[in-house]
Design a protein around this ligand. Structure first.
Ligand code: NAD
Length: 286
């Protein structure tokens, strides 16, 4: 079997088109665009590129987007003040503090200061708690995007055996919760998991979110399984590769995401979608 490639770029475009329609409807109804504002502290070049992309994508989808660039020596108090200012600003529906922040700032203190109704990254304990207890709320963008990829691929999750490799708060844990919410039987594997290969061999759905190049070998993949590779790793030659041994895995899987072009493009699309969700929920609360 040769796997179907799950085209994250195309699916992300579809999500963005939906966002644009919803944003236009929101503007017509409320007289303003859904608003996403990003805070960027310091000069990390990669972060500057990500933030620029987010701002441009927001504008293209008909959202209000703005970036607050703050110098690397910004104090924690000044950053908290900026977060509070955006919490209080009515035209701001989504706030994103681009991580990592400089070392002298405690990222948890910043996340804790976010108004959960504007937490479009889904990082606050309130958002995480809502996910685990099955309440409506803002879901972290990358896992949310993975679920959309599975749905667009027509994967039946009810009763499926799923393995999530990686248990970070940003990716692994929330994906596990989302799969469970959809009635999959979920194994949440991590660096201490014994017999990882055997656990993967039992899975109908494999989600790899580790950050170790080709850790998941192609021959671990069950014939006909669906593979979502969240990992982004750079080879010594500068090529981007995933956590799954792609060439071998695609000969066994039914469907698989490429790296790049799979999960990656979904993250910004889901951020925009979350911003419209937040705008609608805030408008409804009033
Ligand atoms: P993380 O470093 O916070 O977590 C990695 C997890 O992998 C940990 O839970 C750890 O227990 C587990 N792990 C480490 N070694 C292992 C092993 N040998 N066997 C099994 N599990 C092991 O990373 P993260 O933030 O969750 O990101 C994971 C990967 O996903 C990274 O490559 C990151 O770049 C990528 N990522 C991609 C996107 C995207 O938009 N595509 C977004 C976020 C993260």
């Amino acid at each position: 079997m040769t796997a179907t490639l799950i085209d994250g770029k195309a699916i992300a475009e579809k999500v963005k088109a939906e966002v644009a329609l919803r944003a236009a409807a929101f503007l017509a109804k409320h007289g303003r665009k859904p608003g996403l504002e990003v805070i960027l502290v310091g000069d990390d070049p990669a972060s500057h590129v990500y933030v620029k992309n987010k701002e441009a994508s927001a504008g293209k989808a008909g959202l209000h987007g703005a970036v607050h660039r703050m110098p690397a020596d910004t104090t924690q108090a000044a950053l908290l003040e900026k977060v509070r200012e955006l919490n209080a600003a009515d035209h701001v529906d989504g706030i994103l503090v681009q991580l990592p922040v400089p070392k002298h700032i405690d990222p948890l203190a910043i996340v804790d200061a976010l108004d959960p109704s504007k937490d479009v990254d889904g990082l606050t304990p309130e958002s995480a708690g809502r996910l685990w207890v099955g309440r409506k709320g803002l879901r972290p963008c990358t896992p949310h995007g993975c679920m959309r990829l599975l749905d667009e691929t027509g994967v039946k999750l009810d009763g499926a055996r799923a393995i999530v490799i990686g248990r970070s708060n940003l990716v692994g844990k929330p994906i596990a919760a989302m799969l469970l919410e959809r009635n999959a039987t979920v194994v949440l594997a991590h660096s201490r998991t014994k017999d990882l290969a055997d656990r993967v061999r039992e899975a109908d759905v494999v989600i790899a979110a580790v950050g170790k190049a080709e850790l998941v070998r192609g021959d671990w993949i069950q014939e006909g399984a669906v593979v979502i590779d969240v990992g982004i790793n750079r080879t010594p030659e500068g090529k981007l590769i995933g956590d799954v041994e792609f060439a071998a895995a695609k000969e066994r899987a039914r469907a698989i995401t490429p790296v790049p072009g799979g999960v990656g493009p979904m993250t910004i699309a889901m951020l925009l979608s979350n911003t419209v969700d937040a705008a609608e929920a805030r408008a409804e609360m009033r």
